[in-house]
Design a protein around this ligand. Sequence first.
Ligand SMILES: Cc1ncc(COP(=O)(O)O)c(C=O)c1O
Length: 446
Amino acid sequence: MKSIPLPPTSHQPAPYTGPSAEQVLALRKQYLNPGLFLYYKKPIMIVEGKMQYVWDETGKRYLDGLGGIVTISVGHCHPHVVAAANRQNALLQHSTTIYLQPNIAEYAEKLAAKLPGDLKCIYFVNSGSEANDLALMMARLYTGNYDMISLRNAYHGGNASGMGATANSGWKFNLPHSFGVHHALAPYPYRGTFGYDDPDAGRKYADDVKQVIEYTTPGKVAGFIAESIQGVGGFVVFPDGYLQHTYAHVRAAGGVCIADEVQTGFGRTGTHFWGFETQGVIPDIVTMAKGIGNGAPLAAVVTTPKIAAVMAQKVHFNTFGGNPVVSAIGKAVLEVIEKENTQANCLKLGNYILAGLEKLKAKYKVIGDVRGKGLMLGIEFVKDRTTKEPAKEACAQAVENARELGLLLGKGGLWGQTIRFAPPMNITQADSDFLLAVLDESIGAL
Ligand SMILES: Cc1ncc(COP(=O)(O)O)c(C=O)c1O
């Protein structure tokens, strides 16, 4: 493969003096969860990050095309976020909600202003799984119903209720965990029954939700949960109208609608601040994590005061949720998003890159589909464009090749057949050209 120069940066990484990658790997193997998995045949160790770039222990620089799994929203160690964290770290790190603390209140006001309609009541938690667990509980308490509809190819977390709502065998343990959750068809135009060529696909996939409610539940449901674009499932974008029709069916059956914005929120889709807005709906409950904290353990559930009222029947407490440090970070992240107009950057560069991906699709038969919105872009690999047999190995090798050339990418989809590109939202035009050139070289070398 021919090397492609990374766009220049003024950042000089500090000399690395810690343990070697081999030592770290040995410690991980000895002391950490044996189920952890690593990307790359030769694991990469990341020791420093600055905005859209990361460095390994040898000083090699990479464009972070996955952003720590769609989590670095405004850039690694963004100075405004670091300053806010440092200021608060020196002042007070923890207090809990049993005392008044200004950060959580001010941050909640700022975050609520980003949400439409009555979505003004916020619960801070620490992870996306926790947020979805709480959202499911709220839906059940509020409606008095138990059954939930989720989607095949969804990922909603690794705890019991997150795993229950998830529908991808790779992430589901052999334990009872899906109580009351029914999985409707994934509205997946490339692989599903209703394709890109069907202008009515959104309504038809939504009809499946109606049928699942009518056939598999008591006819009344607690709610429906969906990512606004399926993330782990390989950046699957739903056909237009899907959520509008689905929400109508769910509400007619007494349920509430939950949007999992863990990957799609905070302007990443480019056209809108929230992924659900791209489908013209307003959910009853929104869950968010990852990009909300740019790497800090921060997550939230936002709902209406009416739904929240049922949660006041008992104490609901979360020790770290809305902690002073993460609240300072969350507020700083919103300030950067506003000041640097990162959403507009997602739109502009997302469209540019998608056009480049279309050209790569025309060039390489192994690419079956390219898709996405904003800086959330997927490339699905197939062995054969007619049978659409997933090409997991080709996808994995392209990701390996890109790493050699200085680009980190993600994988997704049931079979690991889809490259995922979701970098920090501050990448530049030069980074986009680098990405496209590296993909061309990496796929060409297969
Ligand atoms: C859409 C979605 N929801 C929920 C989660 C769970 O978040 P966490 O890993 O923070 O628990 C994830 C994590 O990848 C996710 O992508």
